[in-house]
Design a protein around this ligand. Structure first.
Ligand SMILES: [Zn+2]
Length: 268
């Protein structure tokens, strides 16, 4: 599933080709991915100029001259690709003035697209916690929330009401780099370790954005290319392989229904 760095990469790729263009035509091939009637979706987009495109958590937000927003949640297998060829997974095609086209492809159709007046109409955005790069997401904010929770630290990092957009892959990487056992209750992490983790959260996400994200399944950036961070993952997907620090085999466990990869020797 695309996480913050992947969605940020998509948004950066799409910003230049989309900004100040107009949706000349909107073609819905499969209304299943829409959260409103196709007619209403098309009517509110057609002829609208695109003002700005940005990310909140894992949602792509396109602000329109009308003051409304096109919100795209790519979920598992959604892709937003400029000038690609339509295929059988193309659910919506947006034709821009000048002839360029933006395709929304989605193999499994878990993604959601909608046009809204206000962003809080989208349930996910309404409950979203602070962005990991925001000032609000400070070491003090983390500590306050950790003290109130005996949940495993890994589950806490995946909770989008606590922090926006950190997904499974990066949570594993962050805990490995911080030397924290993913099973450790949040309330039992020292102030010092929280400071380190806070720093590493930014570093891991920034490095992943620099490498255009990770392509584990079918993630593609806004140009239809794979991300290259996959080769740099230290623990994720490396069950049984030697830990890059100590050589012990990397372990895999299930937490809250998701795979966690960690080193039992390096992470305490
Ligand atoms: Zn190790």
């Amino acid at each position: 599933m695309p996480e913050l760095p992947e969605v940020e990469t998509i948004v950066r790729d799409l910003s230049k080709p989309l900004c100040h263009k107009i949706f000349a035509e909107v073609i819905v091939h499969d209304a299943f991915v829409l959260r409103q009637k196709a007619g209403d979706f098309i009517r509110r987009l057609k002829g609208q100029a695109i003002v700005h495109i940005y990310r909140q958590g894992k949602a792509v937000i396109v602000s329109l001259a009308s003051g409304e927003f096109l919100v795209v949640q790519v979920m598992m297998t959604g892709q937003l690709v400029m000038d690609g060829k339509e295929n059988r997974h193309t659910r919506v095609a947006f034709i821009l003035t000048g002839g360029r086209r933006l395709l929304y492809n989605d193999q499994r159709r878990f993604g959601q697209l909608r046009v809204v007046k206000r962003l809080d109409e989208v349930g996910y955005l309404n409950v979203l916690g602070p962005e990991p790069f925001a000032d609000e997401f400070s070491a003090d904010y983390m500590r306050e929330n950790f003290l109130k929770s005996s949940r495993p630290i890994k589950n806490m990092l995946l909770d989008h009401t606590f922090v926006a957009g950190i997904g499974n892959i990066y949570a594993c990487e962050m805990l490995f780099k911080s030397g924290i056992d993913p099973r450790r209750p949040a309330c039992r992490i020292t102030k010092e370790k929280i400071g380190i983790l806070h720093q590493i959260i930014s570093e891991v996400l920034q490095e992943a954005i620099l490498h255009r994200g990770s392509s584990l399944r079918n993630y593609r950036d806004g140009m239809g290319r794979k991300g290259s961070f996959t080769q740099r993952l230290a623990v994720y997907g490396r069950e049984g392989c030697p830990c890059l620090r100590c050589g012990d085999p990397v372990r895999r466990i299930i937490q809250a229904g998701r795979s966690t990869f960690y080193c039992g020797h390096c992470q305490k």
